[in-house]
Design a protein around this ligand. Structure first.
Ligand code: CA
Length: 187
């Protein structure tokens, strides 16, 4: 859309739109939960530079799990991390190693963003996320090169999960990376 050009908005039921006067979701904001044929009376005509559409009436859910808080594993060790949150990371992850996290609850059926905090000197690693000891593979993520075992980045993918409590598995389809934490966020 063009900068500073919006005069009216349509908002579908169950959603809201927040408009921002500046780019990158900065500046003054205005939120609309229904159609508005004219933003002139809001003093918002030809002002909007960025906007955000989100669902309303739906509870948010996000949980962060430390990688070293596994219930079971194969082939990995823990070590002190110099990532910003300190504590430990999982290391010595080689191909076919895995970690399992029991009793992870997905509160509703739908899409979730899975973020993984990883470090890898040369990249080439790959993880897969699974439920119940590999019975259901939810997806895979490639691990990029970060330049060092303690140079951290966050990679993510979106997966679809049926509501329930699962034993969640993270499996190294290819090793060569360290792992500090993962976060599950409902979309
Ligand atoms: Ca950690």
């Amino acid at each position: 859309m063009r900068n500073d050009d919006i005069t009216s908005v349509r908002v579908a039921s169950g959603y809201k739109v927040t408009v921002y006067s500046d780019d990158n979701f900065t500046g003054a904001t205005l939120t609309k939960t229904a159609d508005d044929a004219s933003l002139v009376d809001d003093n918002w005509n030809d002002v909007v530079s960025s906007l955000e559409v989100s669902a309303v009436g739906r509870s948010s859910f996000s949980t962060l799990v430390q990688a070293e808080a596994y219930s079971a594993m194969s082939g990995v060790s823990t070590e002190a991390t110099t990532d910003t949150d300190g504590g430990l990371n999982v290391g010595y992850i080689e191909t076919a190693d895995w970690m399992a996290y029991n009793g992870i609850t997905f509160p509703a059926t739908g899409s979730y963003k899975l973020e993984y905090r990883v470090a890898s000197p040369s990249g080439g690693g790959k993880l897969s996320l699974d439920l119940n000891a590999g019975a259901t593979v939810l997806g895979t993520v490639d691990i990029p090169a970060t330049g060092g075992w303690q140079n951290w980045t966050t990679v993510s993918h979106t997966v679809s999960v049926t509501a329930g409590t699962y034993n969640l598995g993270i499996y190294a389809q290819a090793g060569g990376w360290n792992f500090n934490w993962f976060r599950i966020t409902r979309l």
